[in-house]
Design a protein around this ligand. Sequence first.
Ligand SMILES: [Zn+2]
Length: 436
Amino acid sequence: MQKSPATLALEQRRDILVPHIMHVSPSVWVSVAEDVSNVSMIVGPEGLVLVDTGMIPDCAERTLAHFREITDLPIKAIIYTHGHGDHTGGSPVFCAEGSEPAIWARDNFNAETEPFIRAGIMPLFKQRGGLQAGFTLPKEKRICNGIAPVRYPKAGGAVFSGKTGAVLPTHSFCGESMTLSVAGLELQLFAAPGETEDALVVWFPEERVLFGGDDLYRSFPNIYPVRGTGNRDILQWCESLKLMRSLEADVLVPGHTDPFLGKEHVHEVITNYHDALEFLFRKTTELMNEGNNADELAREVTLPPHLAELDYLKEFYGNVSWTVRNIFNSLVGWYDGNPLHLCEYFGPKEEAERMAALVGGLDALLARGREALTAGDAPWAARLADHVLALAPDMSEAKLLKADALDIIGETILTATGRNYALSVAQKLRKSTEQA
Ligand SMILES: [Zn+2]
């Protein structure tokens, strides 16, 4: 089968996302793509400060070994840019050296996961997170996650978010900013909510290096992850980007992918990133006022070409249409304005019954689905398979039709998490027919 443009683009990404160390300023080294997140080392007169730790102990050990070729000073502090497990899970390896580093984070550390825990839906969160990450897919199908190489964590690690596997912060700061004096270095921490509410950025003024965590990396940002999350506030994110730009950094180290180098380039990148988010918010709300619902907006609103063509705004990890839906939902909630949807007249089963009646029965519905697939219309084939499965949830032929359609759909999605999700669900459906 010929590879889709999305597959080819992700393969190109994978070829860039190879482990390497970047020496970005006299005292700063960054381990890129060894682990899922970047791990940065600032070398001070009296010791080291690490920004983030990666996710997987094996990877953290390799990063530490590289850093130890550069210096043997003790690790005095670790700063978590936010609570996601891909930034915190490697911490036990760095702490195992025994220098008892102070671990800094915001006082609302891990705020994103708390609502899931309170609601008791961590099983769902982990299940959807696993589908998004494609953990059960074979390596050739995962390609890369858009901003990081493929890694398979062992069970029990701090996989998504959370307090398992990671060493918890020993120090936290509240408010807007603070100055941290450690290892003979002066660093500033700024609250910078973006991908997460607990996000911070680290500013090393002496060498003009800014560590931006996941508020900016080489992909359109992940304003809505398909695993699900509470609202990621896009206007607040814009404010954080303005703060980052105001520092006039010479180097911007993102939480994933290669650092951006050069004052003018950093300024331009942050401006474009900010402008992309602001444009989507403005355009979406403008069209909402004209009566469009989320389904319509998700198809209509796109980035202007001069932003869409930028490599660091391509939808490798975050996705524009999911963002547009998120803006709609965050402002007015689920109701699309169609009064028919105020009452539950047609559940999936009732609608499927009527669809089947329209085309002459369940077998005809399945046949139409297969025809659609043969004709190259995988989304419609999947839609018809859904109707069949609503009426006959265990029918292997319908599961296989849906799986075949999802395999094709998945291959066309550039955003790695969406692609992984489609391919993982296809794999699950196929497996369920083997067990039957
Ligand atoms: Zn991350």
